[in-house]
Design a binder for this molecule. Structure first.
Ligand code: ADP
Ligand code: MG
Length: 688
């Protein structure tokens, strides 16, 4: 008799090779087999009458064998002609068979057969049916419940998988499996045992359509449990953080008031609210880990500046980390503009600096003279030593791995406070699931006076129209971005396409200043070009997607994006956000190569219809799934066993409620839930 904790190797007929294959898909013991659910079912609960068999569907039939014929066309075939009591006929066709099989098929015998009904030259056929000759002592194909068809992995066959899972189901009957959720869901849902039995062997009157839609209550029961386990592991992380000790910042208004006076604009309510959230966190003794979300252009930078003023006034250094050189550079200038007038020292560190420049910056950081340090990944490196790091700002966190973020944390004095900014709004369902360990502030309004960006889609053969528009915009004194986007190609090819476009534009708009910027240029060149574009010296900037994030030139009012059909929604929205930053009406032209796929039409349409980054992010999640959006942040959300955040997002409210309840249970029960659903590696990751 088997136990659910038995390793799969203890199963009869399961050797080391099969073990390895099953391990690779996360199946180590019998309990894991229970959670390997069918992806569809076959109905062998009763016989279908031949006149009711539908072409294209599967049916179980019981018919009489009329004759057997072996034919030698291109490929040898065995045909078995069958009929029912009304002389309606059907042919079984075998492309692979042996003589023993042929001899067994005796004229006049009843045969049970199951398979997809096809239509052949002589009427109905089934190719390679599953069949039984009951008169020869073979067991009937009739089953009491629907028969599961399991997803397989190479080298494992359906009958094996069925047999092993059935043994696991027998063990489940006898076992006292820990039903983690039962005390919470009580009678509103089936028990774990019931849910698993139903999903492996549904009764004929169970709602199969609901199962196919993943909306059956037995599935919901398991989905909720899995999401709950994910949620719980993140909430535990959050609790751990909230019990750690950080530095208490005394909130002061001296620098903040000065900065407000220098700004030249009023903060929006949403910005003020976010600053208040942050100040509350900074003045508590526990480390802050706050996600600051806001659409492109909503003004996240200034919120971070206010936060770092508090660190400065409390004698702590701030590190600001950006994912690219261009963005780090932009932040360096942006932050310096605000901080230098207040007498605050800003250091800058990137991988491309000369050794002497770098040493100079390192010294400033080490001595504590630099109160704010801005940089790229270079900030993680071992040589970087802070005097008293107390606050970390991370821009676009999904571009960094968790380990990188942690290695910076370790350079700090006590656990530092952290502010994480995302350039792309995150769909609510992902914030609730993947980021449940973070607190969150949302900037949900744009600064006043922005005119919405008008977005149009134009086929590549309408380039004339685009040239006309460029001329018009430049005549008005505004500037243009032309983005070349060859994706999945090398940086060299990308640069080449930009070079070609640059030539084309120069030929056609000879009197304008058109300048090219791409990833193969050195940092100094890129920097110089960006400065010239910012001052208005350049009319048209032809760029590869290096300008995707952060760049802020309010006078630019036209954005042309090539090959827009090949880019993700979030990326297009991010690019488009480079215009519409001033008061002039802005336009974004999405160029595409017809014909468009229906998915591409849908994506371009949503961009034309809305400027709301949150709506766009939701659509992006729907179209591309969570893996793409979470990037290097491997939270396991993208790799769940049963749940799917897009499909099952509607259950998250319930899940949050149960997960919070679960936190009250004893540690062993919590760990049992987490370990059932989160494989060892991921659980370890969650504890780092
Ligand atoms: P993002 O959220 O995309 O990082 P930024 O922080 O770059 O946005 O801000 C975009 C632009 O809006 C900047 O030029 C900034 O100076 C300006 N800005 C920010 N807040 C306000 C405000 N409350 N009123 C007017 N302009 C603002
Ligand atoms: Mg920004």
């Amino acid at each position: 008799m088997h136990d659910l904790s038995d390793p799969i190797i203890s199963l009869n007929g399961l050797g080391p090779k099969a073990q390895e294959k099953l391990n690779a898909i996360g199946i180590y013991n019998l309990e894991h087999l229970l959670f390997h659910l069918p992806n569809r079912y076959q109905n062998k609960t009763n016989f279908t009458k031949l006149d009711q068999a539908q072409v294209g569907s599967e049916a179980l039939l019981e018919l009489t064998i009329d004759r057997i014929e072996e034919i030698n066309t291109k490929q040898r075939q065995l045909l078995c002609y069958l009929s029912d009591e009304h002389n309606r006929t059907l042919v079984l066709r075998f492309f692979h068979f042996n003589q023993y099989q042929k001899q067994q098929l005796t004229r006049g015998d009843l045969i049970q057969c199951f398979g997809e009904i096809k239509i052949g030259r002589d009427g109905l056929e089934i190719h390679h049916p599953e069949y039984r000759l009951v008169s020869k002592g073979q067991s009937s194909l009739i089953e009491k419940t629907l028969s599961p068809i399991y997803p397989l992995t190479a080298g494992i066959h359906q009958p094996q998988m069925k047999k092993w899972i059935n043994i696991a189901l027998e063990a489940l009957e006898k076992s006292t499996v820990i039903d983690n959720l039962q005390s919470l869901v009580k009678n509103s849902m089936p028990t774990l045992k019931q849910a698993l039995n139903t999903l492996h062997h549904p009764k004929i009157d169970d709602d199969i359509e609901k199962i196919a839609d993943f909306k059956h209550i037995s599935q919901q029961r398991l989905i909720i449990e899995e999401l709950c386990a994910q949620q719980l592991s993140l909430l535990k992380l959050k609790n751990e953080r909230k019990s750690a000790i950080s530095n208490i910042f005394k909130i002061s208004n001296i620098f903040s008031d000065q900065l407000s006076k220098n700004l030249g604009f009023e903060l929006t309510n949403a910005q003020q609210r976010s600053i208040n959230d942050i100040n509350t966190d900074l003045s508590s003794k526990h480390p802050m880990l706050r996600l600051l979300q806001g659409d492109v252009g909503s003004g996240k930078t200034i919120v971070a500046v206010f936060a770092c003023l508090q660190a400065v006034e409390n004698g702590f250094q701030t590190a600001i980390m950006a994912p690219t050189e261009i963005l780090a550079n932009q932040h360096f200038h942006g932050f310096s503009d605000y901080l230098k007038p207040l007498g605050i020292q800003v250091a800058f560190l990137t991988g491309s600096q000369t050794t002497s420049e770098r040493n100079k910056q390192l010294a400033l950081i080490r001595s504590g003279e630099a109160q704010v340090v801005i940089g790229t990944h270079a900030l993680f490196q071992e040589a970087v030593e802070f005097k008293k790091l107390g606050f970390i700002v991370i821009d676009e966190q999904h571009k960094f791995g968790v380990h990188q973020r942690l290695s910076l944390t370790q350079k700090a004095h006590n656990t530092p406070h952290q502010l994480v900014m995302t350039a792309t709004p995150i769909p609510r369902s992902l914030t609730m699931s993947a980021y449940a360990d973070l607190d969150s502030s949302i900037i949900d309004e744009l600064p006043p006076g922005r005119s919405p960006i008008k977005t149009v889609a134009l086929a590549n053969n309408k380039k004339d129209k685009v040239l006309e528009k460029i001329r018009q915009v430049c005549d008005q004194g505004n500037q243009v971005y032309w983005v070349c986007t060859l994706i999945e190609e090398s940086e060299v090819l990308r640069a080449q396409s930009a070079i070609d476009t640059h030539l084309y534009l120069e030929e056609n708009l000879a009197d304008l200043s058109i300048v090219l910027i791409h990833g193969k240029m050195n940092k100094q060149e890129k920097n110089d070009i960006m400065v010239r574009f910012s001052c208005g010296d350049i009319n048209v900037l032809v760029a590869t997607t290096v300008i995707e994030v952060g760049v802020n030139v309010p006078n630019a009012s036209l954005m042309v994006i090539e090959n827009s059909e090949r880019l993700g929604l979030a990326q297009l929205h991010q690019l488009r956000g480079r215009v519409g930053r001033g008061s002039d009406a802005s336009i974004c032209i999405l160029m595409y190569q017809p014909p468009l796929s229906s998915n591409a039409i849908e994506r371009l349409d949503i961009l034309r219809q809305t400027n709301d980054g949150f709506k766009i992010a939701n659509k992006d999640l729907e179209l591309r799934g969570p893996g793409e959006i979470l990037g290097t942040q491997q939270t396991g959300i993208a790799n769940m066993k049963i749940a799917n955040i897009v499909r099952d997002g509607y259950l998250l409210k319930q899940v949050n409620y149960y997960a919070a309840e679960f936190l009250q249970f004893d540690e062993n029960r919590q760990q049992a839930l987490i370990h059932r659903w989160i494989t060892h590696d991921k659980a370890q990751y969650a504890n780092t």
